[in-house]
Design a protein around this ligand. Structure first.
Ligand SMILES: Nc1ncnc2c1ncn2[C@@H]1O[C@H](COP(=O)(O)OP(=O)(O)OP(=O)(O)O)[C@@H](O)[C@H]1O
Length: 331
């Protein structure tokens, strides 16, 4: 199945085509439904923001694409990566050896959510960056200069590179992790909350850096809680709720005319809008309702919502809702 391409992203072949991705974690006496039947296409030059409340499955999505989930995870579905040269590869089926040699870092970069734990503790930032660059073909001499340039790009001072990860503040570690992911110049970057711990100017600086990657042909999947960040740089926004995408459309449409009541709720929570949180709490992913998972919190829910809504084409995007805000209020 090919997902609808939200208008504004062009109709070129997708760099990444995710189809029916499902992730379950087996625990001793229960199962966590972390990602459910998730489909999306990401095109060269596109910045897709994935937003949603904490625990809805955003990071698990990124980790599933890179084969980084623990052994209690079961992953099904497909995620085809179409490199510019060579045959497409299904990231879910391809196996650890290929992921380690050809994909992670090289074809798909990851800015991890917790850089402090992801950075090798016994090497300085300079050494980490130089090693990464050399592993991706930079000659030793050129690597030193390139490391300083990339560090400057993310807002690190050259002297910051001489520190070990434990000597860096959270924000500095975040920037170093971003620099390490950008260094091999991957055509696809998964950035999981890349602005955590940064002050506003550095947030904007990092977002603009990601945007520029897309403007030169890369694709970025930006995982963020920060809707203002998504609005600033994303071409399209996918809203996740309780393991599923519930709405996905071009950024201006999503912010100006949200169709899913949950999207509208997230927007109403913004300080420059109603500043009212979405009432209630998301369901446990171990105990999802049979129908629409948002129904218990939704002002428009009716009996129809006992049936799970399918994610279908809607305007220039995709929507999973029986009673969208763009239709008449249910009786
Ligand atoms: N190894 C694991 N075993 C069991 N459950 C897990 C595991 N890893 C993640 N989960 C669960 O999967 C769900 C999705 O987690 P995920 O980290 O993707 O959320 P998220 O949307 O990225 O949240 P946040 O924004 O807080 O990072 C959560 O309920 C989480 O507890």
């Amino acid at each position: 199945m090919t997902t609808t391409v939200p208008a504004g992203t062009g109709h070129r072949r997708a760099l990444l085509a995710v189809d029916g991705l499902t992730v379950r974690f087996r625990l001793r006496d229960t199962v966590v439904h972390a990602v459910s039947d998730l489909s999306l296409d990401l095109h060269p030059g596109e910045l897709l923001a994935v937003v949603g409340e904490s625990g809805c499955g955003k990071s698990v999505l990124a980790h599933a694409l890179l084969g980084l989930l623990p052994r209690n995870a079961t992953v099904t579905g497909r995620a085809r990566l179409h490199p510019t040269a060579g045959d497409p590869v299904d990231l879910i089926a391809v196996g650890e050896r290929h992921l380690a040699r050809q994909v992670r870092g090289r074809a798909v970069g990851l800015v991890p959510q917790s850089p402090a734990t992801a950075l090798t503790p016994v090497r300085t930032g300079r050494r980490l960056l130089a090693e990464t660059l050399r592993a991706h073909g930079h000659p030793r001499r050129a690597a030193a200069g390139a490391a300083e340039r990339i560090a400057a790009d993310v807002g690190l001072h050259p002297t910051d590179l001489d520190r070990f990860p434990h000597e860096l503040s959270g924000g500095m570690a975040q920037r170093l992790a971003t620099a390490l992911a950008l260094a091999p110049d991957p055509p696809l970057l998964l950035a999981d909350e890349p602005t955590t711990g940064l002050d506003r100017p550095l947030v904007d600086h990092t977002l603009d850096l990601l945007r520029r990657r897309c403007d030169t042909g890369a694709a970025v999947l930006l995982i963020t809680h920060d809707l203002a960040a998504a609005r600033r740089v994303a071409d399209t926004v996918a809203v996740m709720y309780a393991s599923r995408i519930v709405e996905h459309r071009p950024t201006p449409d999503l912010f100006d005319r949200p169709a899913h009541p949950y999207t509208a709720g997230l927007l109403d929570a913004l300080p420059d809008r109603a500043f009212t949180p979405v009432p209630g709490h998301p369901p446990m992913l171990t105990d999802l309702p049979a129908g629409c998972a948002f129904a218990p919190r939704c002002p428009r829910a009716t009996d129809a919502c006992h049936t799970p809504p399918r994610l279908v084409a809607d305007g220039g995007g995709r929507l999973a809702c029986h009673h969208p805000l763009t239709s008449k209020a249910p009786a």
